[in-house]
Design a protein around this ligand. Structure first.
Ligand SMILES: Cc1ncc(COP(=O)(O)O)c(C=O)c1O
Length: 362
């Protein structure tokens, strides 16, 4: 049996027809950048996250970079983030001339508030927790830490659209929150896209300027920036897909529950967090002899991924940055994402689970 990790083809005929007509409408009105679909999408995403404003941008990386730039982060500043994330999180900080400082993670793969607290100095300006795999971080601890030390709180919610913690949606925490809507996400464009959320009208205005070369009135540049706008076609696709997100998450939660039941006695399945509504961007197990297990599964046609195989503080540009990584190092050698998206069928879940069990002789 072949079990792909992710199949990005649009296989549902009704969805395909809806996406094609959305793209056709954009081709017909011709406002290919910042078209009307973008504004509607911004309003709907802001609403769904309980925020006043959303600013559509070209990617999650651009969202993080512009959010931190908009908050005035720059040379001399330290920004505390997690050790385990896609490198975009550190790059957004590093590109601004600021210094990332990497906190350790807990067994839930999220940034450990105690480690972050130990790393605060007089140069710390912001904390960027990442809701890894879609699991929302212990935000009450970060809100308290940030208010105690007068720090900015920036949510890297790239992996967590649709997740909630005690009924607060991802994107609702922090001074500013950033989403990625690239094609691999739970709420996915057919390419690259991202979004920044805020409740501050002045910040929104600044972000709108920053996403278009730091210009106002389309021509006058008030500060250097880049072109980080979202394409209207992606906005139109996202608008079609937004109503599909609850069913996608429900299907992922179902697959996670199947795996939990089939695997809990042979590997560490994702731990339960009280109050968490988990979108399961990935279903990540922690397993002994992980690399051997991955090779074994791949021989049997099961595609798996290690997200991410290199800790951010081990990446060459960031090796000299301060970091606490004891648990991150231990955990990082054990993580494995197995296919658990909405397209994976029950018999495929059973096959993957059976393969894992047979690897451990169970
Ligand atoms: C945690 C995290 N931050 C930032 C990004 C960057 O988003 P993008 O790929 O849309 O630039 C990603 C992408 O997957 C991510 O997982």
């Amino acid at each position: 049996m072949h079990v792909p990790f992710l199949d990005l083809r649009v296989t549902d005929p009704a969805e395909k027809a809806a996406l094609l007509s959305a793209v056709e409408r954009v081709l017909d009105h011709g406002r290919l950048i910042n078209g009307p679909e973008m504004e509607t999408l911004e309003t709907k995403v802001a609403e769904s996250c309980g925020r006043r404003f959303a600013v559509g941008v070209g990617s999650g990386t651009v969202a993080l970079y512009l959010a931190l730039k908009g908050l005035g982060i720059g040379p001399g500043d330290e920004v505390i983030t997690t050790s385990l994330s896609w490198i975009a999180t550190a790059n957004a900080i590093g590109l601004l001339g600021a210094t990332p400082v990497f906190a350790d993670i807990g067994d839930d793969l999220n940034i450990d508030p105690d480690s972050a607290t130990r790393l605060v100095t007089s140069r710390t300006k912001a904390i960027v927790p990442v809701h890894y795999t879609g699991r929302i971080c212990r935000m009450e601890a970060f809100e308290a830490l940030c208010s105690e030390h007068k720090l900015l709180l920036v949510e890297d919610a790239a992996q967590s659209f649709g997740s909630r913690l005690n009924d607060r949606p991802a994107g609702n925490f922090g001074t500013v929150a950033c989403f990625s809507m690239n094609s691999m996400k739970v709420f996915a464009s057919c390419g690259e896209a991202g979004m920044i959320l805020t409740d501050d009208a002045a910040m929104r205005e600044r972000l709108v300027s920053l996403r278009y070369n730091g210009t106002v009135n389309r021509e006058t540049c008030i500060e250097p920036s880049l072109n980080g706008r979202m394409e209207t076609m992606q906005a139109a696709i996202l608008l079609e897909r937004l109503p599909l997100v609850p069913a996608i998450i429900q299907a992922r939660q179902e697959r996670a529950a199947w795996y939990d039941a089939l695997l809990a006695d042979v590997v560490d399945t994702p731990p339960a967090t009280p109050g968490l509504f988990h979108s399961y961007y990935t279903y990540t197990i922690q397993a002994d002899r992980r690399d051997e297990l991955k090779a074994y599964l791949e021989e049997r046609g099961v595609e798996c991924k290690i997200q991410h195989p290199i800790l951010m503080p081990d990446q060459p540009p960031y090796k000299s940055c301060r970091a606490e990584t004891d648990n991150a190092r231990r955990v990082q050698a054990r993580i494995l994402c197995i296919p658990a998206n909405e397209k994976v069928r029950r018999e495929q879940v059973e096959y993957v689970a059976q393969s894992i069990r047979s690897f451990y002789g169970s």
